[in-house]
Design a protein around this ligand. Structure first.
Ligand code: MG
Length: 397
């Protein structure tokens, strides 16, 4: 599978007309709103590239913005930019035109949903991997929904109703063919899945995410407010991890394969640096340790990429509204020499954590030939993280 993501940021944001700016361009945490979901998609290893669809005529300006952002916050994957159309389906169509030939599957996401989690993205991808041609995340409707026909009110059966979200995932050919089918303009195409439905194709529902709200009304912007730096309760986390050398897994540090290093014994991919970092983040959250969250007795976690474990930890951090302010990481080992790899590791960590270079420090040291690292029996990493928890504590108003 070769999966790309289209981020639709071409809307007019009419319901937020009181704002000076279109909602997708509002700045939150020093970045435009559309950048936040792009960041989350960029952390999902299966995603090969991104297409941003901006209002036609504004896309050159946004291209400059993205180039500027990329200098400090590189997405680490290919991206392309398209000009949107009049309606949502026209913008999706323009995005689809920009897909590279090798792309087999596509996720289409609303830029107005900046809080999408990597876990929800992965549920959509898993359904595609299992053969679904169209996938939509959705949540059961909790309110009673009534239908007004003329002056007559009827109640719809709630157990059959779902509020669908994005990203919606598609086999590329299925969505491209659906766009070619003549759809009467009177038919409501309010999402991409409905195009498949009109063509009689089945769309599979997967579990959505209550946090994945769509910024529609100005009060929705309140949900984003905890980004204000003055808010939040300070927290600190410390992590430490060790892996023994031996015939096991090729060494990885911070997600980067270290070809000059000895193999390590591990259940996952044995990335000692990411394990220490995960433990430090869990420390901030007061959520125990990596073994509690990802037990090494779980066969599903065998050989799993630690970058995936980090993503799930970051999903948890976002749920708890943890803002990471600074990370200081140290690798302690006699062998291999870390210096030649440091730049590459730091770059990857910045991409995984979506933080600025000034917020992350990476060090390496030896223990002067002493102890198990000195005797070249294993490798150690320690991590310290400070941040702020912005969710209201229990009992507060
Ligand atoms: Mg470990």
């Amino acid at each position: 599978m070769n999966i790309w993501t289209i981020i639709l940021a071409a809307g007019q944001g009419r319901r937020l007309a009181e704002l000076q700016e279109k909602k997708q361009f509002l700045t939150w945490r020093k970045r435009p709103l559309y950048w936040h979901s792009a960041r989350t998609f960029s952390r999902v290893p299966e995603i090969k590239g991104l297409i941003f669809v901006f209002p036609d005529g504004e896309h050159h300006l946004q291209e400059e913005t993205i180039q500027t952002l990329s200098r400090t916050d590189n997405l680490g994957l290919e991206y392309r930019i398209a000009g949107g159309g009049r309606e949502r389906r026209d913008s999706s169509f323009q995005g689809l035109q920009m897909l590279p030939r090798e792309c087999t599957h596509v996720l289409i996401h609303d830029a107005a949903r900046p809080l999408i989690s990597a876990a929800c993205i992965r549920r959509v991808i898993t359904a595609l991997e299992q053969g679904a041609r169209g996938v939509a995340p959705g949540l059961p409707v909790t309110e009673t929904i009534k239908q007004l026909s003329g002056s007559r009110l009827t109640t719809l059966p709630r157990e059959k109703l779902y509020a669908v979200q994005t990203p919606q995932g598609f086999e590329r050919r299925a969505i491209a063919d659906s766009h070619r089918m003549p759809v009467r303009r009177t038919e409501a195409v309010t999402d991409d899945a409905s195009l498949l439905e009109f063509c009689g194709l089945q769309v599979q529902l997967v579990e959505g995410d209550p946090e994945n709200i769509k910024i529609t009304h100005s009060k929705d912007l309140m949900c984003l407010r905890p980004s204000e730096p003055s808010l939040g309760r300070a927290c600190i986390g410390w992590g430490c991890d060790v892996h023994r050398f031996g015939r096991g897994k090729p060494m990885k540090l911070g997600g980067i394969p270290i070809s000059s290093g000895p193999e390590v014994l591990a259940h996952s991919d044995g990335d000692v640096l990411l394990h220490a970092l995960i433990d430090a983040i869990l420390g901030c959250l007061g959520q125990g340790d990596i073994g509690d969250l990802f037990p090494d007795t779980n066969p599903a976690l065998e050989n799993i990429s630690s970058a995936v474990l980090l993503q799930e930890t970051l999903d948890l951090a976002r749920e708890r509204q943890l803002i990471l302010d600074h990370c200081d990481l140290t690798v302690i080992t006699q062998t291999p020499k870390i210096t030649p790899w440091k730049k590459q590791i730091k770059k990857n960590l910045l991409s995984l954590l979506a933080c600025d270079p000034g917020q992350l420090n990476l060090k390496a040291t030896t223990e002067e030939g002493l102890g198990f690292t000195g005797e070249k029996k294993g490798i150690k990493a320690v991590a310290q993280v400070i941040g702020r928890i912005c969710e209201p504590s229990e009992g507060s108003i």
